[in-house]
Each structure stands twice: as C-alpha cells, then as structure tokens.
Design a protein around this ligand. Structure first.
Ligand SMILES: Cc1ncc(COP(=O)(O)O)c(C=O)c1O
Length: 470
C-alpha cells in the first residue's frame, strides 16, 4: 500500500514520541489541579484583562472568565489561578471535560495538516471521515439523512437548513416554530427565536407563525392546542410555509422536553401538507438516550433536515436526498477547523462506544444522580428551589423567586464559590446545567450541589430576600 508523504509524516515515529511527551506533561500538570480560589497576586492583572476584554469586544463578559489554558475534566483553571467546577461547559461544548488527553492527541493530528481551517476549496480526508461518521450515526435507526454539510456555527447550520428548505418549497415565505423557540442570532434565526429582545431594531426578514409547546402537566390538552394552532396557520396561509422548526427539548427556552405523541401528531400533519420538518439538535445532540434526540423520540422516518453543533465541536446540516440544494447554493470558505474536525471524530467515537447511551448509559446515570440531589435541595428549601426540570444531560432548577435579577445574583455568588451554571428561559427563569458527561463523577455532582446550597443561602442573605410562605 503506497503511503502519501502526508501519511508518512502522521505516522512518523518522532510524532508519536512528541505526542507521548506532551501527554505526559499534560498529566503531570493536571495532577496538581484541584478546586481553589484565585491567587491574590494574579488578581489585579486578571481584573485588568477582563476590563480590557470587555472594552475591546464592546460589551461585558457574562462571567469574569478567561481560561489559563488548562483544565481537568469538570474543572477549569482561570487566568487568575482559580479552579472552578464547570457545569455549563461553554453552553455545552466541553462534553468530554477540559483538557481531555484524547482531544490533545487529536489536535496534534490536526496540527500536522497543511490546512488550519477547512472549507470550500480546502478539505482533507478528515472531512470525509467525519461526514461519514455523522451520516452513519444519523441513519442507523432508519432516518434518510444521506447528506451532511459542515459549517461554522449553530446559527449558520440553521441558516443553511432553512435555505435548503425554502429553495425546495419556493415560493413559500413563512416558517412555523414553537413558542419559546431558540434558533440562533443571525438575521433570519433571530426572527425565529421567540424573544423580542433578540430582534430589537432588526427588519423583519421572515414571517414566523408560532405553535404552543408541550405541557407535561396537561399532555392531551397541549397536544390538542398545538394541533389546532398548526392547522389554523396552515389553513390561513396555504402552501406558504416552507416547513416547521422543532427543538425536541427546548434549550435556551428553559429545558422543556416534548413527547413522542406530541411530535408525531404535529409531524404527521406537516407530512400530509407536504411541509418540511427541520429538527434543531444543536443543544440536544448527545444528551438523551440516543446520539440524536429524534432517535430517542423515534422520529427517524419524519425528519427532513437536522442541524447539530456545540458538543461535537463541528456544526452541520444533515438533509434528505429530496432536499439536496442546487450546486453552489450552500458553500463556505471556512466550514470547520482541522482541529474541530479531528476532535469531532474522537467525540463521536467516544459517544457511540464509551457507554454513554441507552437506558443504563452514563447520561442516564448522571441524570438520575444529579436529579436526586436537586430533589433533595427542593425538599429542604421548598421556598427557594423548584424543580428539577429537563431531560437526560440537560438539567435545570428554578431558584429563589424566579426573577432574572435573583437568578443572575445567584449565579454570581455560585461563580465566586467555585462553580459555573447559566440561565435559561423567561421568568420564572431556570438555572441550567450542561454537565461534562465524559468527565464528571458522582462526587463532582455532590460537591457542586453543596456549592449550590451554600450559594443559595448566601444569596438569600445578600439580597435580603424575604422568606415567602409556601
Ligand atoms: C437550539 C439551538 N439552536 C441554535 C443555536 C445557535 O448556535 P450557535 O450559538 O453556535 O450559533 C443554539 C445555541 O445555543 C441552540 O441552543
């Protein structure tokens, strides 16, 4: 078998030795890492860096977070020397935790490639491998998503998905989506995102008709309402909708899962009306009992276009044969960096072969443990903790009075105490967690729950919140 010069470089013995040295150095430095507050003598410089960063980017950072470049599983070291538990993981991107040795190794493989960022006219064999892995994973239970186009962000994956769907259903001008939907922050996806503040001042570039989401407290009633709303929109604007966007577990909207019956009811109507079914899995991919949430809910035969991003390190739009766009219609100078593509290969192999999925998989086990601990908190502080909510590896609670101001204050205190989470949804706001499934342990979860309790009590005291009768 003839080896190219590139392959010879990749398998060069010195590369293997260098990798071994780097991995040994990583392990040695990681071994010293444990949760700790900032170093006093680094604090001033760190604060200056944060102020400079906010000034240069034209807006404050949510957290004073600048990484030192090193982490260990659920822990991350910041440039002030503090080491914190990361239970939001960049809103779902450090799925295997921080500084995972396998990802260091894949980054070295990527660094040996001539191309830093792949795309339009510059792709390597690694692109073919990741496309094949994604398509195989998507189709393994019967979905017909034969094609996959890599792209640079979740919003762009949705843009490409929407373009494909609109081209196929031209001259349709409208789209259907759920109330509380989040689709991204580009001009078009900001129109679909059901949050007025995200499109303040923007011209209306797309007409969106909303359908109410599933309510687990009133399953049949919510199915009836959603069905009626969908039929009403389809009747009012015949053949004017290109399709409907689905988030099977609403993410930014507040961690609300739907049900198979709910989705099938709506998807059957859309199929009858020959409208496209787009499923946005940018946050849900890798967070349920199956790789794709549409597989978890058994919707394989319905999906036409599916988007992914976040935990996979690459973003992509998958689509059926019938939705293949005209040549040149979707194209980008940059689709994904070589390091993202190599990382994505590692992550997807770990997800499929590392015992994450299924009823007894890691996702389910960590879900049960975390939820049990949060239920304990809700029982102990019924006035200040409601929930837990969510699904699989997407977990949330509401704290204090559910107001945004209180949630933000709570997160600030939690951050100071050494753990990170984030907000989701409208008031009552939820505190959400996207745990690093590939790195977390039960005792990490226990430790973070202790920090949640400590931070809760401190916030109540600090904000002088009154104890409501409940
Ligand atoms: C469901 C969903 N769609 C789209 C996006 C946008 O992805 P990105 O921030 O990578 O553009 C997100 C990001 O949070 C998301 O959760």
């Amino acid at each position: 078998m003839i080896k190219t010069l590139g392959q010879q470089l990749q398998s060069d013995r010195r590369v293997k030795q260098a990798k071994g040295l780097l991995l040994a150095a990583l392990k040695e430095h990681q071994a010293k890492m444990k949760p700790r507050p900032a170093h006093k003598h680094l604090q001033k410089h760190f604060d200056q860096l944060i102020a400079k960063c906010s000034q240069l980017r034209g807006g404050q950072l949510y957290y004073p977070y600048l990484s030192s470049g090193l982490g260990k599983g659920p822990l991350v070291e910041l440039a002030d020397g503090s080491v914190k538990y990361d239970f939001i993981t960049g809103i779902g991107v450090y799925y295997l935790g921080h500084s995972h040795p396998k990802l260091l190794s894949s980054s070295i493989d990527a660094a040996l490639e001539d191309t830093l960022i792949q795309g339009n006219l510059q792709q390597s064999t690694a692109t073919v491998e990741i496309l094949e892995l994604i398509v195989k994973t998507a189709c393994c239970k019967g979905a017909a998503l034969k094609h996959c186009f890599l792209t640079s962000s979740g919003a762009m994956a949705n843009e490409n998905g929407l373009k494909i769907v609109f081209q196929k259903h031209a001259p349709a001008k409208r789209i259907l989506a759920f109330q509380r939907a989040f689709a991204g922050r580009s001009m078009v996806t900001a129109q679909i995102t059901d949050k007025a503040i995200n499109r303040a001042g923007l011209p209306k570039v797309l007409a969106v008709d909303y359908v109410p989401f599933y309510d687990p407290a009133k399953p049949q009633e919510s199915i009836r309402l959603a069905k009626a709303a969908l039929l009403k929109h389809l009747k009012k604007f015949p053949r004017q909708h290109a399709g409907m966007m689905f988030e099977l577990i609403q993410g930014e909207g507040g961690y609300y899962p739907g049900s198979r019956e709910f989705f099938v009811t709506l998807m059957k109507i859309l199929k009858d009306h020959k409208r496209a079914i787009l499923v946005d899995e940018i946050q849900t991919f890798g967070r349920t009992s199956e790789a794709f949430a549409f597989q978890h809910f058994g919707l394989d035969k319905y999906v036409d276009v599916v988007t992914i991003g976040k935990m996979l390190q690459v973003c992509a739009t998958l689509f059926r044969e019938e939705y293949k766009p005209q040549p040149g219609f979707i194209s980008q100078t940059f689709t994904a960096s070589s390091s993202s593509i190599h990382a994505a290969k590692t992550i997807i192999q770990e997800l499929l072969g590392g015992g994450y999925l299924g009823g007894q998989g890691k996702i389910q086990k960590f879900h049960q443990h975390f939820v049990a601990r949060l239920e304990g908190l809700a029982k102990k502080y019924p006035c200040w903790v409601r929930g837990p909510f969510g699904f699989g590896a997407m977990i949330a609670v509401t704290v204090l009075d559910g107001k945004m101001e209180s949630a933000k204050e709570f997160l600030k205190v939690l951050f100071q105490n050494g753990a990170m989470a984030f907000v989701a949804g409208h008031e009552p706001v939820r505190i959400r967690f996207l745990i690093p499934v590939g790195a977390v342990t039960f005792s990490d979860i226990d430790r973070v729950c202790e920090l949640l309790e400590k931070s809760l009590l401190q916030t109540v005291k600090g904000m002088k919140l009154e104890n409501p009768t409940c």
